[in-house]
Design a protein around this ligand. Structure first.
Ligand SMILES: *Cc1c(COP(=O)(O)O)cnc(C)c1O
Length: 394
């Protein structure tokens, strides 16, 4: 382990602060550390491994496709690519898909498509609205769409034409809205922002304003998609039909995949040469993503909702005991425990880690839970017992 830490500090650019552990193997909801310990994983690689580590069907598909064909570029047709695209459309809405390799790329494509769309109406229709506290990626355009100043530090000048609406504030939305807005970016539940769900009222106002101002509605489902919130996609928790949906994280089951889904009526804004990705939609990624989506079913979602409710109920009991817990938020297996300033969330994460349980932080001071869907009542019990003891010690 010391050797790995040394090499990391020497040869990896210091953009990350890491915890002092690492893993050599994963199986289901468990990770096996270099320290010889077994860890219960409530992070799923930050919402990536929704079906758990080393899922046999996904592992089999990777092996099968790797021994057949990895990639041929987007110059040629591919059966794997079109099968994945059709599957995504079957479970979202009628349209088409641009395939890439990450969430930032999926959102970057959405930003470009929105600008192309705007230009079909007027040269000034380029304004991009997103919400405060949002997170959309780390490229220069997606970090500008990200409504959190801390990520934009020292990157100025940022691309022009972006503005921010205060999260869930209907009046602020009306204030920032005009005919030059080409797109509004939403997350059904803000993930990095601290497990903060959109309100029905805000979504209804976006829908209403679209009729007057003719902009695209994008749901960034990079973290909320692929069953995480107990529905196939997070937007399905609301009465709305988006024009675009962006996907990444879980759709690849651990293999890098991004996808930008666009409603069919906007096909005309896309032309050959306007956008591209060398590895986007490669055979390996496409075959694996298709397998991931085939694993997703009503039965799986039923389990996600049942386990999610179990965790939420247990957390509500804890909330009634410990007044430093401000609020329990979330849907399905995307859950946040909002703590007040008396308890630092990073301390909770570290103490749980010492006890062999991996969790995440988000937002200001929120404990974020993203367990894999293979989680059972027994493991939830272990988690709650340990969390209770950690809270008791604070
Ligand atoms: C993680 C995340 C992204 C960025 O995805 P990357 O694959 O890291 O580029 C974008 N949007 C949301 C909502 C995310 O959670």
């Amino acid at each position: 382990m010391d050797e790995i830490v040394n090499l990391d500090r020497t040869y990896i650019l210091p953009f990350y602060s890491r915890f002092g552990i690492g893993f050599y193997k994963g199986k289901g909801a468990y990770l096996y550390g270099y320290d010889g310990r077994k860890y219960l994983d409530f992070t799923s690689g930050i919402g990536v491994l929704n079906f758990g580590h080393s899922h046999p069907a996904i592992t089999r598909e990777i092996k099968k496709q790797a021994s057949k064909l990895l990639t041929t570029s987007n110059l040629f047709y591919s059966e794997e690519r079109v099968k994945l695209a059709k599957k995504i459309i079957d479970i979202t809405f009628d349209g088409g898909v641009f395939l890439s390799n990450s969430g930032a790329e999926a959102n970057e494509a959405a930003i470009k498509i929105a600008r192309f769309f705007g230009k079909t109406i007027s040269k000034d229709k380029y304004k991009i609205l997103s919400l405060t506290g949002s997170f959309h990626g780390r490229t220069l355009a997606t970090i500008t769409a990200t409504g959190q100043k801390k990520y934009q530090k020292n990157l100025e000048p940022l691309p022009e034409g972006f503005d921010y609406v205060e999260y869930n504030n209907v009046e602020d939305l009306e204030r920032k809205m005009d005919e030059n807005v080409c797109v509004v970016f939403l997350e059904s539940i803000q993930g990095e922002g601290g497990i903060r769900p959109l309100s029905d009222e805000f979504v209804a106002k976006v829908k209403e304003l679209k009729k007057k101002y003719n902009f695209l509605i994008v749901f960034d489902e990079v973290q909320t998609g692929v069953g995480r919130t107990g529905k196939y996609f997070g937007y399905m928790n609301f009465d709305i039909e988006p024009d675009m949906v962006t996907l990444a994280k879980a759709i690849g089951g651990g293999v890098p995949v991004g996808a930008t889904v666009l409603r069919r009526e906007y096909f005309n804004v896309c032309e050959p040469g306007m956008h591209a990705s060398t590895m986007g939609g490669n055979q390996l990624a496409s075959a694996v993503a298709l397998k991931v989506l085939e694993l997703l079913s009503d039965d799986v979602l039923k389990h996600v909702n049942k386990m999610g409710e179990l965790i939420m109920n247990e957390l509500e009991i804890l909330k009634s005991k410990y007044d430093f817990i401000k609020e329990i938020r979330g849907k399905g297996l995307m859950i946040g425990v909002d703590l007040d300033s008396r308890v630092e969330v990073i301390g909770v994460v570290k103490k749980l880690m010492e006890r062999g349980i991996l969790t995440l932080r988000a937002g200001e001071n929120v404990l974020r839970l993203l367990p894999p869907f293979v989680i059972t009542e027994k493991e939830i019990d272990i988690f709650i017992r340990n969390l209770t003891e950690v809270f008791r010690s604070m």
